[in-house]
Design a protein around this ligand. Structure first.
Ligand code: GLU
Length: 507
């Protein structure tokens, strides 16, 4: 391992919202940096102006902030190696491209788009469908290797459009050791003369990426597997500049839950789960849903992502961000693609909801609707309901009876449990209930059980009726706790209302 201080970067392109795979890459970079007392950098790679999407950069910054993945250096934050947006660094790339030309590692190419298309067509005719600009074909093209030096100079002085291409060495094995994948060896005959600098005055991703990683003193490049095919070129570029390459770690793909394909932005809508951290609306007004707006706790989302491609080496599954920092290592990142599981994601959310303090849940609940209930009341509701909920919102929908008298009564419970003598039994219980002085769950329970004993009835036949009249539901948390929380007056009123409504329904 290199001795350099750990400096890692997350380098998204603002071509749209950040998919959850992007958040996972950011997360692993963050965890690795924090674990190694290093620096986590956010760099925006926007050299491809044709793919620029308005609002995407703000989306990336906000989504990372919701997840708690805070960069140490980056746009909005600053740092000693800025600017952190490539379009603001534009002026610095060209001298690097020219340095490679002077060292015979790159060359100017003047071929027009039509000329390149023509070459591809010609190649197809002779059954070579994948024509490439490479060590063989470059000598029959229009570039500074084939044209006389004075003509090259003249063209440049005239302002003729040109690109700078990398002069890919012929038939060499290029190799590097990936932290996740081990040794990767690629023969340069399989690689083409990639454009490094474009005719629009912008560097390509490859050049800007290498120059920035070098000048920002990046020690480890941790990124998605889709960049693995670019890594040999990057290694060759480091060599060409005479720079030491960072360590590479290519993370496994996130796979869709059905089949083996890569999880795409369309899968979420098709299979009913979000693929993005937060909502994203396209310029055309199409909405892609996000985990935040669905009610997920950022900790649950991050916890789920951490385990999608990495394992802690134990069966433990619930970790806070701080705990992940303590135990994260790249050698526990797997090579194989990680299948996304929407149900498991809900399970993480349930665990987080249960572990959240009642007061905290109560204040989240309060932000969802207007209520005159006290904080203490809301907190008790959360305590009673959280075992049965996945999202804070569920507490409100499943426990609506804590906030309003039921207007409907569960039909299945009526059908299965409401017998001819039920009205009479419940009327008797109402009378008992009104006698209770100290209206707390244990006293209500005690009194209920004595009443049943007197009648010789089992709890399973009668408790559902009490619940039905008071809450309208067939299921829920402890009925005695609910009654205590509603209070004697409200419980009595609800039982009376319920008796009137249900007896009229069942006549
Ligand atoms: N800009 C690239 C992306 O959008 C970054 C790839 C890398 O990390 O080198 O993912």
């Amino acid at each position: 391992m290199s001795e350099k201080p750990v400096r890692v970067r997350f380098a998204p392109s603002p071509t749209g919202p950040l998919h959850m795979g992007g958040i996972r890459t950011a997360l692993y970079n963050y965890l690795f940096a924090k674990r190694n007392k290093g620096t986590f950098i956010l760099r925006i790679e926007d050299t491809d102006q044709t793919r620029f999407v308005e609002g995407a950069q703000d989306y990336i910054l906000d989504a990372l902030s919701w997840c708690g993945i805070t960069p140490d250096e980056g746009p909005r934050i600053g740092g000693g190696f800025g600017p952190y947006v490539q379009s603001q660094r534009q002026a610095m790339y060209k001298p690097y491209a020219e340095q490679l030309v002077s060292n015979d590692k790159a060359y100017y190419a003047f071929d027009t788009g039509e000329e390149l298309d023509h070459m591809r067509e010609q190649a197809k005719l002779i059954k070579m469908p994948n024509w490439q600009y490479n060590s063989v074909t470059r000598m029959s093209m229009k570039n500074s290797l084939t044209l006389p030096a004075d003509e090259v100079e003249k063209r440049i002085a005239n302002g003729d459009p040109y690109v700078i291409r990398f002069k890919m060495p012929r038939n060499e094995d290029t190799r590097f050791e990936d932290v996740v994948r081990g040794w990767v060896v690629v023969n340069t005959n399989n690689l083409d003369d990639k454009v490094l600098f474009k005719s629009d005055g912008m560097p390509t991703y490859h050049l800007a990426n290498i120059v920035d990683d070098h000048t920002m003193q990046i020690s480890h490049v941790i990124r998605g597997e889709e960049w693995l095919p670019s890594a040999p070129l990057h290694v060759l570029l480091y060599d060409a500049f005479g720079w030491e390459a960072p360590q590479f770690a290519h993370l496994p793909l996130l796979l869709r839950p059905d089949g083996n394909g890569k999880l795409s932005k369309r899968d979420g809508d098709r299979l009913g789960f979000p693929v993005f951290p937060t909502n994203w609306t396209t310029a055309e007004g199409e909405l892609y849903s996000g985990y935040r707006e669905k009610g997920y706790h950022p900790g649950a989302f991050i916890n789920m992502l951490a385990l999608l491609g990495w394992n802690p080496g134990t069966n433990e599954e619930i970790f806070s961000l701080e705990e992940l920092v303590e135990i994260f290592t790249l050698n526990r990142v797997s090579k194989a693609g990680a299948k996304f599981d929407a149900e498991k994601t809900k399970w993480f959310q349930q665990q987080y909801l249960r572990a959240t303090a009642n007061d905290e849940l109560a204040s989240e609940l309060k932000s969802l609707f207007s209520t005159d209930k006290s904080d203490a009341y809301l907190s008790r509701v959360c305590q009673l309901m959280k075992e049965r909920a996945t999202f804070v919102q569920d507490i409100l929908t499943e426990g609506d009876y804590f906030f309003k008298t039921p207007s409907e009564y569960d039909e299945t419970t009526i059908r299965k449990k409401w017998k001819d003598n039920s009205e009479q039994i419940m009327q008797g219980w109402l009378n008992e209930l009104q006698q209770i002085e100290n209206f707390t769950a244990p006293t209500i329970e005690h009194s209920f059980k004595s009443y049943l004993e007197k009648l010789g009835l089992g709890i399973g036949a009668v408790l559902p009726l009490f619940r039905l009249l008071t809450t309208g539901k067939g299921m829920g948390p402890s009925m005695f706790e609910i009654a205590e929380l509603l209070g004697k007056e409200e419980t009595v009123t609800r039982m009376k209302n319920g008796l009137l409504t249900i007896s009229s329904l069942t006549v």
